[in-house]
Design a protein around this ligand. Structure first.
Ligand code: A3P
Length: 316
């Protein structure tokens, strides 16, 4: 099996029928995915060439050489990774200026590990993978991990709009149809949210004091950016003063980042509508999309699936 990059597009090796999982939304529409390990990728997305063949890169990633000062931002899809990416880069540079690059350039999920060899230190990676897919050396070198979480109802709604607006996932249904798939854990990208969240919790418990992890919540960042940015600065051990923190908080306010996203439209090779990553930036938008019944079903599912989850999610 091989995987190559041609004219900026990743070409996957042959996919056997046995690797294909046919999933159906509540209206019976098929969402065709390939299952790779514990994740699903829609074939539509595979054919768009945005990501390399994960059957190849997941193995390569295990052996990726890490540097002790590498930093990883880990989060489920739509938990605010772009936001954290700008904050971390500003802190490292000591200046409230948007990074010239886009976070997708440093996304472990979207590249061959060798594509990162020439990046200057400290490298700031990001990923939607669980810990089991991260390079082994993350543990050995004790690389710092910032783990960001967001309430799952807003995550699901944001994820639907991402897929619809970015247009490379072949999503035909409406938001309600997608929420239904999300609850079944069968969204067409990555892994079931419930499994992802529990796995990370397990990792944090198992590796306490071995790997430095800072856990943050989207909702805290939204409500009190200054204190949360301060926490990130302390975790990364970067010198800051109150003026810099305030300037970063302001530059990273939703409206400002949305505008900056427009400016980045030219930078990203495969996504020309980059500003779409900044949609609404609110806590509680889920109320506009979940029906009362769906919300109750979701709450019930949370009780069933997430009894062991220690994170308290904030929904409004
Ligand atoms: P919405 O779709 O709810 O607006 P990710 O960066 O992981 O793809 O997450 C994207 C989500 O984070 C989107 O949520 C986006 O609007 C929100 N977001 C991005 N920057 C933000 C900011 N500065 N403040 C608040 N939310 C932000």
């Amino acid at each position: 099996m091989s995987s190559v990059k041609v004219n900026g597009k990743y070409i996957w090796g042959d996919i056997a029928e046995s690797e294909i999982v046919r999933q159906y939304d509540r209206k019976g529409r098929e969402v065709t995915c390939i299952q790779i390990n514990d994740m699903y990728r829609s074939l539509y997305n595979v054919n768009a060439g945005q990501v390399p063949d994960l059957r190849v890169t997941l193995k390569l990633l295990q052996d990726m050489p890490m540097r002790a000062d590498d930093i990883l931002i880990c989060a489920y899809v739509k938990a605010g990774t772009h936001w954290m990416w700008e904050i971390v880069n500003m802190l490292l540079k000591g200046s409230a200026e948007y990074d010239k690059t886009v976070k997708e350039e440093n996304m472990l999920d979207f590249h061959f590990p060798s594509e990162f060899d020439d990046l200057k230190s400290p490298r700031v990676f990001n990923s939607h993978f669980t810990w089991r897919h991260l390079p082994r050396e993350v543990h050995e070198k004790k690389c710092k991990i910032i783990f960001l979480q967001r309430n799952p109802k807003d995550t699901a709604v944001s994820y639907f709009h991402h897929m619809k607006n970015i247009g490379i996932y072949g999503i035909e249904g409406d938001c309600g149809d997608f929420i239904d798939l999300f609850m079944k854990g069968k969204g067409p990208g990555y892994k079931c949210w419930f499994d992802y969240t529990l796995e990370w919790q397990q990792f944090k418990e198992d590796t306490a004091h071995q790997v430095p992890i800072l856990s943050l919540m989207y909702e805290d960042l939204k409500r009190d950016p200054v204190s949360q940015i301060q926490k990130v600065a302390e975790f990364l051990k970067v010198p800051v003063d109150t003026q810099l923190i305030a300037a970063i908080a302001e530059k990273c306010e939703f409206k400002n980042m949305q505008k900056a996203g427009h400016d980045k439209n030219e930078v990203h090779q495969s996504i020309s509508n980059y500003h779409m990553f900044y949609r609404k930036g609110q806590i509680g938008d889920w109320k506009n999309w979940f029906t009362v019944t769906q919300s109750e079903e979701f709450d019930e599912l949370m009780k069933q699936r997430m009894g062991k989850c220690k994170t308290k999610f904030v929904y409004e």
